[in-house]
Design a protein around this ligand. Structure first.
Ligand code: DOR
Length: 431
């Protein structure tokens, strides 16, 4: 049976084709077949998108689904339902799991699970080093064959420069990017938050911005030496943003992502000693936050990704120094970005859609991020003016710890469409 969906009358914001206009999208059997005005199709299900924005499906390239092995924190089922709720049609999941995703058999297992249990699409990122120990290369070749989209030791900095050089050379053979967690370990050991005025006043050990700057500088140098594309994960310092800007101007293969938390929040919020705000890299001071935002606006920073990092409630409900770093983000990223980047006038819709869809698709080598005939019908439908309050107790994610809890947002995903199927409508996940 042919399944036809007609998305009617939405404002299609499709930066890959410089398109921003009201039109219809006709979808048959999961593929876009036509984009244009006044489309009709007999027997089609009609999705009325009048007054809404229709964007290519949002892709979050930095997510922790916590499988295999940490299903108390999150699973493919709960994490992809959270993604659907937040308007995200595809996620890339990180390998800091138990066991670590460092060989083909685990990648294959995750891909099988994702295909059978995922409500949205899941890409798998393989580890750079066995067990994330930074000593022996993971089975990169086998994992590349099994279909990973990138390699990363996220959560850990690859300390040895020689090891990182070899990892880049090897990743490059398989045309995969390295997603780089940049914090010089010797400078951040024991640190709880950004090093600065606030950490001094609170008496908490800091993690200096210099730790990120040094790591980014080294890896840009190694990327140039090995001619390997690297992607700076969760960039958070003005120094790192400037180095990426200069690297791009030089034509180097360097890209970067920023998280909503580093674009919107600062270390001032930690004066409450609120454990849910602990994250690495830490929330920085205002000058850093402003530089990260400027980087997104001028295109230095390619992507917006959440670093969705669910932990159990018991783990997060501890004093600041004991609680693990990270919090969830899949269900708040659209609201946070529309409220604080779009409605403030800081960034236009095309910039936001590029950073949340088109660029992550390009960086991960996916045939996505554009609305065009022949492409998979993955769409994120936005209600720009929907006002809502974040209530983490209602999240689909198992992680209930959010840096944005109880905040008021303007703008939300109204529907999530994956392969032509409406998997979320009005906040309700339908699968
Ligand atoms: O805060 C963080 N949590 N930063 C990371 O890089 C890793 C993540 C996690 O896995 O919990």
């Amino acid at each position: 049976m042919t399944l036809t969906l007609l998305v009617k009358g939405g404002r299609v914001v499709n930066p890959a084709l410089q398109q921003d206009e009201i039109c219809d999208i006709l979808i048959t059997d999961g593929k876009i077949v036509a984009v244009g005005k006044n489309l009709t199709a007999e027997g089609a299900t009609v999705f009325d998108a009048a007054g809404l924005v229709v964007a290519p499906g949002f892709i979050d390239m930095h997510v922790h689904l916590r499988q295999p092995g940490q299903s108390a924190k999150e699973t493919v089922v709960t994490g992809t339902r959270a993604a659907a709720a937040g308007g995200i049609t595809r996620v890339a999941t990180m390998p800091n799991t138990n066991p670590v995703i460092d060989k083909a058999i685990i990648v294959e297992g995750m891909k099988y699970k994702a295909e059978h249990e995922g409500v949205v699409k899941v890409e798998v990122i393989g580890a750079i080093s066995k067990g994330l120990e930074g000593k022996e290369l993971s089975a990169m070749g086998g994992m590349a064959k099994a279909g990973v989209v990138a390699f990363s030791d996220d959560g850990h900095y690859v300390e040895s420069s020689d090891f990182m050089r070899k990892a880049m050379e090897y990743a490059n053979m398989f045309h995969k990017i390295i997603i780089d967690h940049c914090e010089d370990e010797s400078l951040v050991a024991g640190g709880q938050m950004n090093e600065g005025v606030v950490s001094a006043e609170l008496g908490l050990k800091g993690r200096p911005a210099a730790a990120e700057d040094i790591a980014v500088a080294r890896d840009i140098i190694l990327s140039e030496l090995t001619d390997t594309p690297i992607h700076i994960a969760h960039i958070s310092t003005k120094g790192a943003v400037e180095m990426v800007r200069q690297a791009k101007a030089k034509g180097l293969k360097v890209s970067a992502e920023a998280t909503p938390q580093h674009l919107i929040l600062t270390d001032e919020a930690l004066r409450s000693y609120e454990p849910r705000l602990k994250v690495t890299p830490p929330l920085r001071s205002e000058d850093h936050r402003a530089a990260v935002l400027a980087g997104v606006v001028d295109g230095t920073i390619d992507a917006i990704a959440t670093d969705h990092a669910p932990h159990t409630w018991d783990e997060k409900d501890q004093e600041f120094s004991l609680t693990p770093s990270g919090f969830v983000g899949l269900e708040t990223s659209v609201g946070a970005i529309l409220t604080h980047l779009y409605h403030t006038g800081a960034a236009d819709l095309a910039t936001i859609v590029r950073a949340m869809s088109t660029s992550p698709a390009r960086l991960l080598g996916l045939d996505a991020g554009v609305i065009a005939p022949g492409k998979d019908a993955d769409l994120t439908i936005l209600d720009l003016d929907k006002e809502w309050a974040v209530d983490s107790s209602q999240f689909y994610s198992k992680g209930k710890s959010s840096a944005f809890d109880e905040m008021l947002f303007r703008g939300k995903a109204a529907a999530t469409i994956v392969n032509g199927e409406i998997v979320m409508k009005d906040g309700v996940v339908l699968r």
